[in-house]
Design a protein around this ligand. Structure first.
Ligand code: AMP
Ligand code: ZN
Length: 114
């Protein structure tokens, strides 16, 4: 999608600090980190939100989770623990309309979320 910031990051039209990429997904550091480790993992394909996941594209979610596990190992937070978050829609706190998964760790995270 031409006006989507995360599509532009995937196309490298906007710079980002990439920690992992393959033919289907990209992972990069969040510009405003909420934890010592804060990575965003996105599909290259524009999917607006979790509400657009269906049989045709659901495989990308399992791939993203597998890569989150790998990144957690690379970042040294596999043993201490981490959180994978998807914010969906207004009340979920989604601010970018391209599905993304936050990988957060490096400190003890509180629960429940605000
Ligand atoms: P959400 O509120 O779940 O939609 O998360 C969007 C996230 O994208 C926020 O944590 C932002 O800090 C992050 N973000 C926005 N623009 C950029 C960017 N250009 N590079 C890296 N992270 C970004
Ligand atoms: Zn997009």
């Amino acid at each position: 999608m031409s006006d989507c910031i995360f599509c532009k990051i995937a196309a490298k039209e906007i710079p980002s600090s990439i920690v992992y990429e393959d033919d289907r997904i990209l992972a990069f550091k969040d510009i405003n980190p909420a934890a010592p480790v804060h990575i965003l993992v996105i599909p290259r394909q524009h999917i607006s939100s979790a509400m657009e996941i269906d049989e045709s594209n659901a495989d990308i979610v399992s791939h993203i989770f597998k890569i989150c596990k790998k990144i957690a190992g690379d970042m040294g937070i596999a043993e201490t623990g981490f959180r994978i978050v998807n914010n969906c829609g207004h009340d979920g706190g989604q601010t970018v309309g391209h599905i993304h998964f936050h990988l957060l760790g490096g400190r003890a995270l509180s629960w429940p979320p605000g």
